[in-house]
Write a protein that binds this ligand. Sequence first.
Ligand code: ADP
Ligand code: MG
Length: 239
Amino acid sequence: MAEQKIEKDRKIYEDVFDTLTIRTLQTLIAKKKIDRILGIIKSGKEAQVFRALTPEKKLVVVKIYLIETSSFQNMADYIKGDYRFKNVGKNKRRLVYLWCAKEFRNLKKAHNAKISVPNPIAFFNNALVMEYIGNQKEAAPLLADIKPKDPKKMFSTILKDMKKLYFDAGLVHADLSQYNILVKDEKPIMIDMGQSVILKHPMAEKFLERDVKNIVNYFNKQGLNLDHNKILKQFEKKL
Ligand SMILES: Nc1ncnc2c1ncn2[C@@H]1O[C@H](COP(=O)(O)OP(=O)(O)O)[C@@H](O)[C@H]1O
Ligand SMILES: [Mg+2]
């Protein structure tokens, strides 16, 4: 029965995934991290994000990093300054696997520091399983796709999480904007932490500045009157 199902799933997956990714998904199924993939949430250049079911019938997300189309140079630059990931080498597949492991670790660190992020559940090769943010029908929208009811409150929650990420988890998100924040019940949830860096990364300061600018610009367009230099000063202690 289970084998029949895997065989049926394999036929469906073949249209979408390469052989290695199918094996990766089968390993996640064998490890009982997921039972089946349901459907796609978003397809991008570097990753495809799916809804999946666990054997306990819980909805989860599987983010699959694409090996062929991801930007090797870009990834290598983010990983180079991070002592946790030495010996990157020139193998693209290995780099993508490392990237996936890196997103898992970054999300775990953030989650442990009580920041609103999807709880990471497991990873294997280029696939990351994490908590699904959304309802039975659909995934939660991006901040970019809604209008916050109380921008001031939303901003202050995001800033609090950015500070926790910085001071408690020791990370800078490095791609924070309205496009990497989901909103559920008016609460912001940061996603997409593959590129997040430790504070010792030579570009950490620049990335933090950019994150702050993006968020400040977005909320000023929502009617707030924030000064990004003042906000940035609140992060000064550790830089
Ligand atoms: N845990 C999650 N729950 C629900 N939707 C998610 C989750 N993670 C990602 N998504 C959706 O998938 C999209 C792409 O995910 P993201 O991690 O931002 O990857 P990338 O931007 O690198 O393609 C997001 O914009 C969001 O719509
Ligand atoms: Mg994203």
